[in-house]
Design a protein around this ligand. Sequence first.
Ligand code: ADP
Ligand code: MG
Length: 322
Amino acid sequence: DAIANQIAAGEVVQRPASVVKELLENSVDAGSTKIQLIVSDAGKNLIQVIDDGKGMSETDARMSFERHATSKIRKSEDLFNILTMGFRGEALASIAAVARVELKTKTTDAELGSSIIIEASEVKSQGPDSMNQGTTLSVKNLFYNVPARRNFLKSNSVEMRHIIDEFQRISLANPQIGFSLIQNDKEVYNAPAGKLSQRIVHLFGKNYQTQLITCQEETEWFKVTGYIGKPEHAKKTRGEQFFFVNNRFIKSSYLNHAVQGAYEGLIKDDQHPFYTLFIEMDPARIDINVHPTKTEIKFEDERSVYGIIKSAVKQALGAHNV
Ligand code: ADP
Ligand code: MG
């Protein structure tokens, strides 16, 4: 019922950026080659995600808003997703409980697509619609029916910062997909599909073309790849530091410390290097005792992971200095 939906929604949808994260991840999962994010008023009035992915049949479109309807664990990687990425099969239902949602979607072989409008979990209209293959999800007036939440939202600049964080994380993890972001009718990012280094340049600026150092190390059960920034480009802020585990963004002050440690003597204590590092490992080696909505995770063998990361970064820096 409506109240239960609203309570569950609070777990998944905390702010506009939570909606952005869920919608972008769905578009990535749908095998899209291009994903466009449009926001106005820092997502408070509109969050729209347009993709060219596989789309949904009419039945699936309707089902996608049913809680748990899609909950399924397909492989061990999914288990890891549950642990780190929130509840599965809950996102659309939760979003639709606290906003006005319009879904337009079409699969390749369908002649017509379908369109559904849902307000506060109630289907307002549903019918066939002509459109291209893919899915467009529009989320309007977020929290219009939960004034306490709506009032709790921060200023547009703070909420927009959170949205951009999610956009950067997901587009860094998927450089093979083209991503664009339009904010209040202005194009803020337009990153075509390409290599990771090109994605970094599109997101953080042309000067990154000359400041990236390749970082790579592999053991029997652990692999790290990606880029670190040259020491001379370290900044006073730590906004441009990204760790991904099995292609999902994670926060880890512990691993951050490992990287910072590798730069010792090369940068000042109050400076922070750029890095985008991808860890691949067996999800079974990740401690499951972590709250599902958090991006923090714990490794079973934390010390080894710390050591490998630090030595990988040190080695990359050493090779660069030769
Ligand atoms: P989950 O992603 O955990 O399955 P969601 O509530 O985020 O749950 O989405 C429900 C379902 O709707 C997905 O499993 C997927 O089948 C479908 N879906 C959502 N967004 C898209 C999309 N952009 N393209 C294709 N299918 C989608
Ligand atoms: Mg999802």
